[in-house]
Design a protein around this ligand. Structure first.
Ligand code: GDP
Ligand code: MG
Length: 195
């Protein structure tokens, strides 16, 4: 029990730290126009979001929310800088994120190539072993304009130890699933590190 030994004002470190909410930093990466900011905006409307105070939004694209999942609360900070303002390398060293979401558009081959470059970089730096890395093919509502097959995204992710999901922030397809997946992946990695 988290309250064990906490009567009469005795202060075990374990009982105090269990009251602290874990903070997860999640960075969004990928070509401009693929839907990163749209995805983050859709996350804000998710039923898994406990509290979200828009007045705290950072002007450079940081949003902090409280996520309640599997009876556990976590604070998740989504970091969504415009791609041209910060290199991937700089972003990783600045934020030391727990998770990276790499987004491309299924209607844009160039954005998939950019995603491939980012994943290859993360993989070479051993990032995909230690952190949660999720490849996202967005804009699946534009099925008739599709230029990147599901299998291409799937195999790129599989070959680099990443998770993969196709979404549409436009029609809210798999957006909750992505949010839940990110939080679960971060928790799994943190639990593995504690062992
Ligand atoms: P970012 O540059 O990666 O942050 O991309 P934005 O979120 O600003 O989106 C770029 C454009 O794509 C905007 O016009 C969005 O409305 C549009 N967009 C984003 N997600 C989707 C989607 O899932 N489907 C469609 N059809 N359009 C989308
Ligand atoms: Mg944006």
């Amino acid at each position: 029990s988290p309250f064990e030994g906490s009567c009469c004002g005795s202060s075990y470190v374990s009982s105090e730290s269990s009251l602290e909410v874990a903070k997860y930093r999640v960075v969004l990466l990928g070509e401009t126009g693929v839907g990163k900011s749209s995805l983050v905006n859709q996350f804000m409307t998710s039923e898994y979001i406990n509290t979200y105070d828009a007045s705290l939004d950072d002007e450079f694209g940081e949003k902090s929310v409280s996520v309640l999942l599997d009876g556990e609360e976590s604070e998740v900070i989504f970091i969504d800088h415009p791609a041209h303002e910060m290199s991937v390398e700089n972003c990783l060293s600045t934020y030391d994120p727990h998770a990276c979401i790499i987004v491309y558009s299924i209607t844009d081959k160039g954005s998939f190539k950019k995603g491939e470059d980012i994943i290859t970089y993360l993989w070479r730096e051993n990032y995909t072993k230690e952190k949660a890395v999720i490849l996202v093919g967005n804009k699946v509502d534009l099925a008739r304009s599709r230029l990147v097959n599901t299998t291409e995204g799937k195999s790129l992710a599989r070959n680099h130890d990443c998770k993969f999901i196709e979404t549409s922030s436009g029609i809210q397809h798999n957006v909750d699933e992505l949010l839940v997946g990110v939080v679960k992946q971060v928790r799994l990695r943190l639990a593995a590190q504690r062992k």
